[in-house]
Write a protein that binds this ligand. Structure first.
Ligand code: PA5
Length: 445
């Protein structure tokens, strides 16, 4: 379902070194599969596709039905990082590009909050809420993250004032820890329907738990097909082999980094619907590998748009990067370019051709140009951008991330560095208990 092609790296590497890195990746595969490596208490994601309980899917469907009966047309999904990006990337990838502007709507619009602290963003969100029939999904594994907590205070108050406390409890769903955290306490107190984020699944690996599935289903998308694709990938990637796509990807990116100084990986897409898949991937690889003074910096471009901006740097700038192209073999819609009598734009040579054909030629041409410019190329391909193939792609990147981080020699499942900004923010906001840090930071400003 997911293929990895590394031919575009051939002219940059020595085959014997590649073989050595495949062996390292196979050792890392064993560490992941034996579940004995660092962070092994966070491996619950590995079997999520085959093990999501039917009762969870039924509960999610029940909530979507209830909200439909109530006429809900706006769902505010509150969360940040791993409690945001998985749902956002799937909804963007599988929705009509112009779903918001089309007059026919099959499902509520899902918008996101709690992923920033912008006052303007929240004020404008409430302008929208004032015009719509609103429900809310609040997601925080820890239940204590500041950004979603601030947004939820505001959205909760709005919903309670508009619909009353009893109806608010039917319109708010919480996704959080089974036992601890402020959100758990509040949900129990207010009687919200609650889903649990399993203890053994970290935020950035949680898209196939209710963290991702609830907002995705609320947007009217097929979560069963998403899980089916992920399950196929789960089975295919569990086979230890030098041809396993996760092993190939992990081996090549570690080789390019460690032996050839390629410290930036650019995930390249040729479909605007994949923009947030790249954002999700950046968090997955950035938080999993960027620690202990090492790691490949994950970046992304959206082509062909970015060929007219970042294309210059990639072609001729500092030679620090390799590219991984997300290749989608078949478009799901068809637009054929027509002939034009005047041919002023001189594009009649394209008459009768599909736009996607031009897109593929742009992709191939760019890949070859970038190879000529000194940028090694990998391609990760799926057949088409539907729920099943996307599920497989997400699982592929998760599994490959585990293999790759172990190949690199870091714990893929922690993120100790994320705490540093939080401490400073709390001190500057004068949170009780932070008095000394407040003084120390103020002295530096
Ligand atoms: O991947 C992670 O663990 C993080 O990105 C978290 O998902 C993010 O910090 C949000 O945390 P929480 O769900 O506890 O609010």
């Amino acid at each position: 379902m997911v293929n990895v092609d590394v031919k575009g790296c051939a002219s940059f590497i020595e085959p014997a070194k590649y073989d050595a890195y495949v062996n390292k990746a196979l050792d890392a595969f064993d560490v992941l599969e034996s579940e004995k490596g660092a962070g092994n208490d966070f491996l619950g994601w590995k079997h999520l596709p085959s093990e999501v309980p039917a009762s969870i899917l039924a509960d999610i469907e029940g909530i979507c039905r209830l909200w439909k009966e109530k006429g809900v047309d706006l769902v505010i999904a509150i969360g940040i990082g791993g409690s945001y990006l998985g749902a956002k990337c799937v909804i963007e990838a599988l929705s009509h590009n112009f779903a918001k502007q089309l007059s026919h709507k099959d499902a509520p619009e899902v918008v996101f909050a709690g992923n920033n602290l912008s006052e303007e963003y929240l004020a404008e969100l409430m302008d929208l809420a004032a015009e719509r029939n609103v429900a809310c999904i609040v997601i925080s594994k820890s239940g204590t993250t500041t950004e979603p907590a601030v947004a939820f205070r505001i959205v909760k108050q709005f919903i309670e004032e508009r619909y009353g406390k009893a109806d608010a409890a039917r319109r708010i769903v919480a996704i959080t820890d089974a036992k601890k955290g402020a959100l758990k306490t509040l949900s129990t107190q207010e009687g919200y329907k609650t889903f649990v984020v399993p203890d053994n699944v970290g935020g950035r690996f949680s898209v196939l738990t209710p963290v991702g599935l609830m907002p995705i289903a609320a947007a009217g998308l097929d979560i069963k097909a998403l899980l089916k694709g992920a399950e196929k990938a789960e089975k295919a990637l569990a086979v230890k082999s030098a041809q396993n796509p996760a092993v190939v990807y992990a081996a090549m990116r570690n080789l390019l980094f460690a032996e050839y100084g390629k410290s930036t990986e650019i995930l390249v897409n040729y479909n605007p619907k994949l923009t947030f898949v790249a954002e999700w991937w950046k968090q997955l690889y950035g938080e999993s590998e960027g620690k202990d003074g090492t790691g490949i910096y994950p970046a992304s471009v959206n082509n062909t748009a970015d060929l007219h901006s970042m294309g210059q740097f990639i072609q001729q700038g500092t030679r620090i990067m390799f590219e991984t192209v997300l290749h989608v073999e078949k478009a799901q819609r068809s637009v054929v370019i027509g002939p034009d009598q005047q041919n002023l734009d001189q594009l009649n040579f394209l008459a009768g051709k599909h736009v996607e054909h031009c897109n593929h030629m742009a992709e191939l041409g760019t890949r070859l140009a970038h190879i000529d410019g000194g940028v090694p190329q990998m391609a990760v391909s799926i057949e088409t951008l539907d729920a099943e193939h996307l599920g497989a792609l997400l699982y592929f990147f998760e599994f490959a991330c585990g293999v790759s981080a172990y190949t690199l020699g870091v714990n893929p499942f922690n993120q100790p560095g994320v705490e540093a900004y939080k401490k400073n923010m709390f001190a500057l906001l004068e949170k009780p208990g932070y008095e000394e840090a407040t003084q120390a930071l103020r002295a530096r400003l």
